[in-house]
Design a protein around this ligand. Structure first.
Ligand SMILES: Nc1ncnc2c1ncn2[C@@H]1O[C@H](COP(=O)(O)OP(=O)(O)OP(=O)(O)O)[C@@H](O)[C@H]1O
Length: 316
């Protein structure tokens, strides 16, 4: 009983429901090359409404560059990105289609927070009262008439989020929105993102903080070196079964399980197996007459799942 046929087939992932084109972000074979750096490398994914999609990866993974291309701020070397069925630049009233926060310090430092939002709103016929309401909502009501140049990073982030929401957009794209926020602010943005998704909006939020995404996102896009490592629900990533297995013939066991398509790592005197469940391992070992002294399921933390994902793909 050797090879993949000897092992229980793993269930195929659930298919996604057909997305409403109204608010979908589509990234198709997107590539961006800066000199010798492939910042984004043949990236394809779809971001759907009604959930928070975390865009996760280490520093320099290509998250900001991808977001800039989605928002028409960088020209792709190859491939394309659309929002609600068309490139961002083709939207006649972009503030209503997509709200974005890429750089919290982008607001003119000499303007007051209120003037910044009112001026932005004027480009789309948005009433000043909407700016006032949003400033109160993001916790800047008391400093609405202070100049932005004197704002802390956290205050600037809150203003950037107010600007992103000004046009009541169906799609929200935020690049590292928790940067500079205090614990209250982090909690606030977490709640806000979940509410936006519950309203049926499409929410794409980047972070290099696994812990933050673990409590905020429903779905994860994991990138590294400009490439997509995973496009998965948070639950599916965490539910990936890992099994600790120990027996007197670890080398034979490793060869068997690797042949069954599992990833096998040394761990505390035994083997840590990803990609096969306890039943499949038991059946495969019995088929080869291999004795097992231990066979224990492990649920990975998000950090473990992420580290495993990045190191496994780098080795491949
Ligand atoms: N304008 C540019 N010119 C040259 N190289 C760039 C430029 N913008 C980004 N890069 C490079 O592209 C790569 C991806 O950068 P990017 O900012 O997209 O990553 P990131 O995932 O957003 O990182 P971080 O979490 O640190 O913000 C990096 O190697 C970066 O140095």
């Amino acid at each position: 009983m050797r090879g993949r046929d000897a092992c229980d087939p793993r269930p195929s992932p659930p298919s996604h429901p057909a997305p409403s084109v109204r608010a979908v972000i589509e990234v198709m074979k997107l590539t961006k090359v800066y000199g010798r750096t492939r910042a984004v490398d043949d990236l394809s994914f779809t971001v759907r409404p009604g959930q928070v999609t975390g865009f996760l990866g280490p520093n320099g993974a290509g998250k900001s560059t991808t977001m800039r291309m989605i928002l028409g701020l960088d020209r792709p070397t190859a491939g394309r990105a659309t929002v609600a069925g068309r490139p961002y630049r083709d939207h006649r009233a972009p503030l209503h289609a997509v709200g974005a926060l890429l750089d919290a310090r982008a607001a003119h430092p000499g303007r007051t927070a209120r003037d910044h939002l009112v001026a932005l709103g004027q480009t789309h016929g948005i009433a000043p009262s909407r700016a006032d309401g949003l400033l109160a909502e993001v916790g800047l009501g008391d400093v609405a008439r202070r100049r932005v140049g004197g704002f802390s990073l956290g205050m600037a982030q809150r203003l950037g989020i107010a600007a992103a929401l000004l046009g009541d957009p169906a799609v929200v794209v935020l690049d590292e929105p928790v940067n500079g926020l205090d614990p209250d602010g982090v909690l606030w943005i977490r709640t806000l993102l979940k509410r936006l998704a519950a309203d049926g909006r499409t929410v794409l939020v980047s972070s290099h903080l696994m812990s933050e995404m673990a409590v905020t996102a429903d779905h994860l896009l994991v990138v590294d070196h400009g490439r997509l490592l995973a496009d998965t629900s948070l639950d599916a990533l965490l539910d990936r079964e890992r099994v600790f297995v120990r027996g007197p013939r670890p080398d034979a066991l490793r060869a068997l399980l690797t042949g069954c398509g599992a990833t096998v790592d040394d761990d505390r005197g035994g083997l840590l197996v990803t990609g096969l469940g306890v039943d499949a391992i038991g059946v495969a070992a019995a088929g080869q007459g291999l004795v097992l002294h231990e066979l224990t399921p492990h649920r990975a933390s998000l950090e473990q799942a992420y580290m495993e994902l990045t190191t496994t793909k780098e080795r491949a």
